[in-house]
Design a protein around this ligand. Structure first.
Ligand code: MN
Length: 204
């Protein structure tokens, strides 16, 4: 996906994740919040044809190579586009948690069990102060790691492949859960598309 970037449509309806993620939050999150990141990114790059061939991954990772007057805008909004495209694509209702397979094996090897992983991942999401993301990433050896990023920063994509990401900005949950981030994370963990997560892991 290169310039101009577009608001990537969801492959499910805003209601599709009810009751775990409510339709009003999905609509606002996708059509307003993500759309704003797309618009701001396009506006920042408008007079910068040199960077129009860059992918969203390149922009989100290498924003520090951009002219100083747009670097921070691209960091925040390019990261916002990359993070949300990954996140929305990873959500699906009624996908059973894995009980075998390469991702399951790697999770058990690292965290002990699926349950233990979910507890550690939730703790990471709760540990993000203010706005940011929790991530399950794989390194080049296939070892898994839970990390956190502030704001719309992305992990070091040269080193890590994102497997699952979790938006813990208040805009992701405030309408339904108000300040109850733990409750939101519990709900979100019920709509992870584990098949796509495994594909992310296998294709690292
Ligand atoms: Mn968000």
């Amino acid at each position: 996906m290169n310039y101009p970037f577009e608001l990537k449509p969801l492959d499910y309806s805003y209601e599709a994740l009810e009751p775990f993620v409510d339709a009003a939050t999905m609509a606002l999150h996708h059509s307003k919040h993500l759309n704003t990141y797309v618009t701001n990114l396009n506006n920042a790059l408008e007079g910068q044809p040199k960077f129009h061939s860059w992918t969203i991954e390149q922009l989100a990772s290498n924003w520090d190579q951009l002219p100083e007057n747009i670097a921070t805008i691209v960091r925040n909004n390019g990261g916002g586009v990359y993070n949300h495209n990954l996140f929305f694509n990873l959500l699906k209702k009624d996908v059973a948690e894995p009980t075998s397979g390469p991702l399951y094996d790697a999770i058990v090897a690292k965290f002990g069990s699926m349950q233990a992983f979910k507890e550690d991942f939730k703790a990471a999401g709760l540990g993000v102060f203010g706005s940011g993301w929790a991530w399950l990433v794989a390194d080049k050896n296939g070892d898994l790691l839970i990390i956190k990023t502030p704001n719309q920063d992305v992990p070091n994509l040269a080193e890590f492949t994102p497997v699952i990401n979790l938006d813990v900005w208040e805009h992701a949950y405030y309408l339904k859960h108000q300040n109850r981030r733990p409750e939101y994370i519990d709900s979100l963990l019920k709509v992870i598309d584990w098949q796509k997560a495994e594909a992310n892991y296998v294709n690292k």
